[in-house]
Ligand binder design. Structure first.
Ligand code: GAL
Length: 972
């Protein structure tokens, strides 16, 4: 065991020195404050070994130094480079020692006090507050050392009243990238040193509030709220909306409207002490674990959550207020009701926004020691008494700062730090300080210290077992009984890396079936792709790291620029808080309110009746204000009279009746489509073979069949009407998605690798026969990779009827296929001019077998370019589901129409699948002279095995006999 004595302060495991005890944060008060954000002076040294502290002296000349905006991370500001690892410590593991190569940033700012800054003679103090510095800081004001601290995403304050001068103050901060604290901050994210959150000078008048604690509970049995505000020093609390005017420490109970994520009722008021007035925004709510279920205000809640790291593609974990708000608006607009602060307390302003807009929050401590897992957790700091003070310091700083937010319903001890005494000490301290919130931690399966059973990435089947409280028992019967009685959440599930995640609907069904399963938090909110001059958005390895985890850092529901990915659209649909079901032909409708608190009075319902995607009639639907958990049975209107033939659908939508703080009136919350009648069919062209294959002009080597021209020798179609084409021919390859590639710990599911090893990306097409008959042209082939006896017999049977050319494909596998196929269909190339697509089928966005909940049947159009989903690492994307027909048109509106029987998966792009597969970043993809179409009979599911279970068996594309057909005609 290492001797911890005598190490430099940045290798000290103690919580540091000089900082004041933590306290509640408040965004405003009438006490004066001065932001020290702005342009600082900066000097970077490669090591931390310098003894030279002269820069801390006010008279030091820093004119030769660079300028640096604070807050920020110097590695994103032209000094050094960011580095990404998932669990690996990017330095030798020898706690608490860190490398000699310890980039050290010296920061300086000179400032004057504003003219109205209270004079020292008026009493009081001033505090210097740092909201976040990664990873260790040593601070001087006017040459006087204030202290040192670690705990990157936690606040630290120093008392500086006695040191301030009206003019010419100099604040000097030495920041080390690595410290003992780095061992506690091994979260899966970029390593980004710097003063990355606000620095503020706070005046503290005599009699100002040192700390305050709002206790505001709600009793659902009688609708009363109980309020007590503790404050040091004491004062008065007023809440005019409730007529409250009480002394601090005094308790009052009265009727109130409760706070919930759905109805975030806040009461505004004030805490007034002798020296300060602090605005209050109080939400009354009570969180308990009761009958094995997590309840708020007496009701079981269901988390429709996401994990959120602080991230911005240009500024890293320095995130401004408008970006925070944008995150929350996007969440609310996508039916998300919960956020886990993975894996550290966020900027404090984020929590105030959660209070205001209504999100359930898990506030997680800045603690992860995941890199010890590969060492068998040897020397894990959370199981070493010497680190306990540092762990307690972190727990205290989180709880004290954030305790007054009604949105926080669970405290989380940290993430992925194994098990140990340190965690128990933290839980014990938290329970002693705040009894109003249960405790979460995922990493200890025994749940010794927690009130919630939490897991990440279990399979659906296991969630089902846990839901029934029938999970595999723990060895210790007492712990087993304890855990079995706990509510269950998935603090992480559905890994949103690249295309996906698949399987969301099936999870949601489990959450809605078992009371114990109280939802989960998709991993994660946003791709952490950093702006890169060449790559667009860079990931691990793009900044010269010697050790990195590639694009595992791009696994969010938003692209780095905060554009929603198809995964977010899917999640919105899957978690919609209203279920619309019915029987179209019978004209019945059932509306179920799956909110936890809100009735449906805030929603307006509308119906439309569509034939082949064209709205024939629409109107409002009167729905009673169904209570949460209840359903209403309704009648659909009479189907409108129409001459139009074709597939008829009802679309019923629930939209916001009025504007809310997070969306406009009319914003869609939920929807469903129901077949309108059993008669309506898609009007498909029927081709009765009418033409017969004809030899082309002598010497041309061609065959003609209706509008099709074929190469007589190979049987390959070369033109339809006047349009030159390549293919169609059988295609099974897709550019493996991150989920196809899977995670190293599940080798048998890494289909992307298995497919490649099998050679599915280099299939050979052997021609076995070109057989023109009176009725048809049949081309027989065998499609197979080298070095194996596996293959697919593929017969193409061409017939024509006037202007239409019909292709029937029949596929018969040969050999013992032991893995699913990526896709099964045909690939067809058209000239680049055919750059506009229209289709009738699923849209508007991408869908795959297990990511198709949000795909709705309609008439859609898009450019081929806009059909692409720009995953940071390019991979298979862009399929549209259930396509009955598609048209590819040039700028004059003419082109090719393709009808499928049965409906097909439609993909179109300006590069080949092989080029897509070879690309490392989106700018690598360059449009060629062909628009490539994939018309797929089937696709393999997506799953979430980049870090979780694979596609469910029902979404596997197993090799088997298949028949499918397409009709080609010219479109105008
Ligand atoms: C979890 C971890 C997250 C992230 C995720 C995979 O194990 O808690 O921080 O690494 O896996 O992206």
């Amino acid at each position: 065991m290492i001797d911890f004595a005598g190490l430099p302060y940045y290798e000290d495991v103690s919580p540091g020195s000089g900082a004041l005890p933590p306290r509640a944060w408040t965004s405003t008060s009438d006490a004066r404050r001065l932001s020290l954000n702005g342009t600082w002076r900066f000097r970077l040294s490669p090591t931390a070994t310098t003894e030279d502290e002269s820069f801390a002296r006010p008279e030091f000349d820093d004119h030769g130094w660079d300028e640096l905006p604070v807050p920020g991370h110097w590695v994103l500001q032209g000094h050094g480079a960011p580095a990404y690892t998932n669990t690996l410590y990017p330095f030798p593991v020898d706690p608490p020692r860190v490398p000699t190569e310890n980039p050290t940033g010296d920061h300086r700012i000179a400032f004057d006090l504003p003219g109205d800054w209270p004079a020292a003679a008026s009493g009081g103090d001033a505090l210097l507050r740092f909201e976040g510095v990664e990873s260790c800081a040593r601070v001087w004001l006017n040459g006087q050392e204030l202290g040192v601290f670690q705990g990157s995403r936690l606040p630290h304050e120093f008392s500086v009243g006695g040191l301030l001068r009206p003019e010419g103050n100099v604040l000097a901060v030495r920041v080390h990238q690595w410290s003992a604290g780095s061992y506690l901050e091994d979260q899966d994210q970029w390593w980004l040193p710097g003063i990355f959150r606000d620095v503020t000078l706070l005046h503290r008048p005599e009699g100002a509030v040192r700390d305050f604690f709002v206790h505001a509970s709600y009793d659902h049995r009688d609708g009363s709220g109980t309020l007590r505000v503790d404050s040091e020093p004491g004062g008065r609390v007023t809440l005019p909306g409730l007529g409250i005017d009480i002394a601090t420490g005094e308790t009052v109970t009265l009727p109130v409207e409760p706070w919930s994520a759905e109805l975030p009722r806040l009461y505004e008021g004030e805490l007034v002490t002798e020296g300060e007035r602090i605005p209050l925004r109080i939400g009354f709510r009570t969180v308990v674990v009761e009958d094995g279920v997590l309840k708020v205000n007496g009701r079981r809640i269901l988390f429709r959550g996401v994990n959120r790291h602080e991230f911005h593609p240009e500024t890293g974990r320095t995130v401004d207020l408008s970006t925070m708000r944008q995150d929350l608006l996007l969440m609310k607009q996508h039916n998300i009701n919960a956020v886990r602060n993975s894996h550290y307390p966020p900027h404090p302003a984020f929590l105030s926004l959660c209070d205001e807009l209504g999100l359930w929050v898990i506030d997680e401590c800045d603690l992860e020691t995941h890199g010890f897992v590969d060492l068998g957790w040897r020397d894990n700091p959370v199981d070493d008494d010497r680190w306990i003070p540092a762990l307690l310091d972190r727990a205290e700083r989180m709880v004290e700062r954030d305790k007054n937010h009604p949105s926080i319903v669970l405290w989380s001890l940290g993430n992925e730090c194994g098990t140990g005494r340190g965690l128990t000490a933290m839980a014990h301290w938290i329970r002693g300080r705040d009894t109003s919130r249960p405790i979460h931690y995922e990493g200890d399966p025994s749940c010794t210290d927690t009130d919630i059973y939490s897991r990440m990435y279990p399979e659906h089947a296991e969630v089902d077992l846990i839901g029934r409280r029938a999970e595999a028992p723990l060895d210790d019967p007492e712990l087993d009984a304890h855990r079995r009685a706990l509510p269950f959440i998935l603090c992480e599930y559905a890994h949103a890396m690249g295309n996906g995640p698949g399987g969301l609907s099936e999870y949601q069904r489990l959450f809605e079936t078992h009371a114990r399963c109280q939802g989960g938090f998709v991993w994660e909110w946003i791709d952490h792709g950093i702006a890169h001059p060449e790559h667009g958005h860079g990931y691990g390895g793009d900044f010269g790291e010697e050790l990195h985890d590639g694009n595992f850092v791009c696994d969010g529901l938003l692209f780095p620029d905060r554009t929603p990915s198809p995964g977010l659209t899917e999640y919105k649909k899957v978690v919609e808080p209203v279920r619309i079901e019915g029987d179209g032909p019978a004209g019945t409708l059932r509306i179920t309110n799956t909110h936890d608190f809100a009735d449906l009075s805030h929603l307006a319902f509308v119906w439309s009746y569509e034939i082949e995607g064209l709205t024939v009639a629409d109107g409002p639907l009167s729905v009673p204000p169904v209570a949460p958990g209840e359903s209403a049975e309704l009648k659909l209107p009479e189907p409108p009279a129409t001459d139009r033939a074709g597939e008829a659908l009802w679309t019923v939508r629930a939209v916001l009746g009025q504007e809310t703080p997070w969306a406009k009136a009319g914003h869609e919350i939920a929807w469903a489509q129901l077949p309108a009648d059993t008669r309506g069919q898609v009007s498909r062209p029927r081709t009765a073979p009418a033409a017969r294959p004809q030899r082309g002009p002598a010497g041309s080597g061609t065959l003609a069949l209706g509008p099709g021209v074929f190469d007589a020798a190979s049987g390959a179609l070369t033109r339809i009407g006047g349009i030159p084409v390549t293919g169609p021919r059988l295609d099974v390859w897709r550019a493996p998605t991150d989920n196809d590639n899977g995670a190293p710990w599940q080798p048998d599911r890494r289909y992307g690798l298995i497919w490649r090893e099998l050679g599915l990306h280099r299939m050979r097409h052997r021609l076995d026969g070109v057989e023109p008959t009176d009725e048809a042209l049949t081309v027989r082939t065998r499609v197979a990779p080298a070095a194996t006896d596996l293959g697919l017999r593929a017969d193409y049977r061409w017939t024509a009827d006037g202007d239409r050319l019909h292709l029937a494909v029949s596929v018969t596998p040969e050999g013992a296929w032991s893995c699913p196929l990526p896709r099964l269909g045909v690939r067809l190339g058209l000239p680049a001019a055919y750059g506009r697509a229209e289709w009738y089928g699923g849209g508007p966005g991408e869908a795959y077998p297990d990511t198709r909940a949000a795909s709705r049947i309609g008439l859609w159009s898009s450019t081929v370019d806009a059909l692409q989903t720009p995953y940071v690492r390019p991979q298979e994307n862009g399929a549209r589901a259930d396509v009955r027909w598609a048209r590819l048109k040039d700028e004059h509106g003419s082109g090719l129409r393709i009808d499928g029987e049965p409906a097909f998966w439609f993909t179109a792009r300006r590069w080949t699948t092989e080029q897509l597969d070879a690309a490392g970043h989106t700018p690598d993809l360059r449009a060629g002279d062909t628009v490539w179409l994939n018309l797929d009979h089937a696709q393999h599911g997506i799953g979430t095995q980049s870090c979780g279970p694979g596609a469910l068996p029902q979404h596997h594309l197993d090799a088997g006999p298949a028949e499918f057909s397409f009709t080609f005609s010219l479109a105008r």
